[in-house]
Design a protein around this ligand. Structure first.
Ligand code: IPM
Ligand code: MG
Length: 368
């Protein structure tokens, strides 16, 4: 069978290449079984690209990312590149890809696997069965607003500036993604803002309210201030179904939600753009970073990356059965007691990144 899909792998830095290798085993399995049929390319990004090409994201890599059906991204950054100018830092690669590919909707599901309800820092009766979806606006807000920069204010003073700005269409397009997801889930959206202090997010609240009333009257819409949302996430996270919020609040709240699941090493994400024809620009990445402290030790948890791959099967390739197979296999492998170091607990068996991936491939094969 000839390949009819294209995929670009960007492993990046730190544990990125390790979790990518682990995921590659699963991708190769699907390919061998003729259930994916994908052309796979690979490129450097972040610090690895700085070392090889002098910049975190080359035009060539960006063009390739824009031309494929989906991008799978590892992680970028590390102490080696910390001293670089802001515009040259590894993180710029990720921000550049998001902006240039117009990936305005970032989906960050936080699901607690039954086997891991004891790994969370919260009590099991608070997190067990948790299944929330955070939709983070990804190409606007304070991350990209102008003016920005650090300037000389004279007299030994300096001035650091960033701008929090949102326009109607930026709010509506990410809002629609959240409402559509809610329709397929439990029919509830909680929009998070700081409308008591920030005008740009008062606009956010007003536009979400209008969108809900005009286009999604069947979905229950509530609003919450960001500080309260942070508190509610650790007090009673199961009250949420879909949360939709700005770029920066989403960055913060999704790390918080990740810990509810036991480890940052468990959380996948999908960053999606606007559909044109049958194509949606898409980049999938684990929420965890490059974890330089454990890089190269084969101890990283590959499950966030593997779940990100499952999201790719679901959203980019419409392979629902295959996506469910990966998700169920992850649950089963955890149920069997295998754990990477980050989620290790008494009575479980600690395994390496590679061993976790191998166990997953065996489980997938068994269930297929
Ligand atoms: C994330 C990360 C990034 C962000 C960094 C690496 C630029 O924290 O994806 O959540 O702030 O968006
Ligand atoms: Mg973050």
């Amino acid at each position: 069978m000839t390949a009819n899909r294209s995929l670009l792998l960007l492993p990046g830095d730190g544990i990125g290449p390790e979790v990518m290798d682990a995921t590659r085993r699963v991708i190769d399995w699907f390919d061998r079984e003729n259930r994916l049929n994908v052309d796979i390319g690979e490129a450097l990004v972040g610090g690895a690209s700085i070392d090889a090409h002098g910049m975190p994201l080359t035009d060539d890599t960006l063009e390739r990312a824009k031309s494929v059906d989906a991008v799978l991204f590892g992680a970028v950054g590390g102490p080696r590149w910390d001293g670089l100018d802001f515009s040259m830092r590894p993180e710029r690669a990720l921000l550049g890809l998001r902006k240039e590919m117009e990936l305005f909707a970032n989906l960050r599901p936080a699901v607690v696997y039954p086997a891991l309800s004891h790994a969370s820092s919260l009590k099991p009766d608070i997190v067990s069965g948790l299944d929330i979806m955070i939709v983070r606006e990804l190409t606007g807000g304070i991350y990209f607003g102008e003016p920005r920069g650090i300037e000389d204010a004279g007299g030994g003073e300096r001035r650091g500036v960033n701008t929090l700005v949102y326009t109607t269409h930026e709010i509506l397009r990410v809002g629609r993604v959240a409402f559509e997801l809610a329709r397929k889930r439990n029919g509830r959206v909680c929009s998070v803002d700081k409308s008591n202090v920030l005008e740009s997010t008062l606009l956010w609240r007003e536009e979400m309210t209008r969108l809900g009333a005009e286009e999604y009257p069947d979905v229950e819409l509530t609003h919450m201030l960001a500080d309260n949302a942070a508190m509610q996430l650790v007090r009673d996270p199961r009250q949420f179904d879909v949360m939709v919020t700005t770029n920066m609040f989403g960055d913060i709240l999704s790390d918080c939600a990740a810990m509810l699941t036991g480890s940052l090493g468990m959380l996948p994400s999908a960053s999606l753009g606007a559909r044109s024809g049958d194509r949606i620009p898409a980049l999938y990445e684990p929420v965890h970073g490059s974890a330089p402290d454990i890089a190269g030790t084969n101890r990283a948890n590959p499950l966030a990356m593997l779940s990100s791959f499952a999201m790719m099967l679901r959203y980019s390739f419409d392979l629902q059965e295959e996506a469910a197979l990966v998700d169920a296999s992850i649950g089963a492998v955890l149920e069997s007691g295998l754990r990477t170091a980050d989620i290790m607990e008494d009575g479980a068996r600690q395994v390496t990144t590679t061993a976790m991936a191998e166990a997953l491939v065996r489980e997938i094969e068994k269930r297929a």
